[in-house]
Design a protein around this ligand. Structure first.
Ligand SMILES: C[S@@+](CC[C@H](N)C(=O)[O-])C[C@H]1O[C@@H](n2cnc3c(N)ncnc32)[C@H](O)[C@@H]1O
Length: 211
């Protein structure tokens, strides 16, 4: 089974962006995000460069980082869905730059220019070979000693969207995500699998350093 084409994924998120952004207004308050971004902030103490959120959706992660941890860091949010990018710009455009882009090809970003890159809950839209491609691309833009923070749905097989959508999306196991991340040039500092309240799947949270 291969994942749905980017045009179909884009349409699903364009159609649901308003609803998604509203959901994130409360979801962002889950303690895990403060914990991950707090640890990231500590590790970035002596590391200059932009913080990128690849597949930033409604922009809530970058906004939280800015508001809770660091106001000076330049922030760049990238997403496939123009509607998500519009909403991120409307809500948080004064804090960060948001642009339409595909997470597999960040050609607008220079080599080794990013202090860190976030990617939350988007890898399931990529086939295994494209997950590898995206991780290699992120290793290109993150400077040595720069940071990677991932959130991904854990498991095997397809994600069940029920009546909501016929999009085909794939889960990955913790072992698969760890091994792909290491192969792309990252050392893993921490990787945990945890339940997510209100969702039938567990999540993998991975923190890594660019070698
Ligand atoms: C479930 S949402 C997660 C959004 C955000 N990271 C968060 O955690 O709130 C998945 C996001 O991935 C984006 N996306 C899917 N495929 C993408 C791709 N190839 N490149 C960039 N963004 C993509 C979608 O447009 C959507 O905004």
């Amino acid at each position: 089974m291969t994942t749905s084409k980017p045009n179909n994924v884009r349409k699903m998120y364009d159609d649901t962006a308003q609803h998604y952004a509203k959901m994130m207004d409360s979801e962002i308050k889950l303690p895990i995000y403060g914990e991950l971004l707090g640890r990231l902030h500590e590790r970035l103490e002596n590391i200059d460069g932009v913080l990128i959120d690849a597949a930033c959706g409604s922009g809530h992660m970058l906004s939280m980082y800015h508001e809770r941890f660091e106001t000076k860091r330049p922030l760049l949010g990238l997403d496939l869905s123009p509607r998500m990018v519009d909403i991120a710009n409307e809500n948080f455009g004064s804090l960060a730059q948001f642009m339409v882009s595909d997470m597999r090809d960040l050609s607008e970003v220079e080599d080794s220019s990013a202090a860190a890159l976030l990617n939350f809950f988007a890898l399931h839209h990529l086939d295994p070979s494209d997950v590898d491609k995206a991780l290699v691309e992120w290793a290109r833009v993150i400077r040595p000693d720069g940071q990677l923070v991932l959130g991904a749905w854990e498991g095997k097989g397809l994600i069940d969207y029920g009546e909501e959508s016929d999009i085909v999306a794939l889960r990955y196991t913790q072992d698969e995500i760890q091994s792909k991340t290491e192969s792309a040039g990252f050392e893993i500092i921490r990787c945990a699998v945890e339940p997510v309240k209100g969702f039938p799947m567990d999540a993998i949270y991975l923190e890594g350093v660019r070698q």
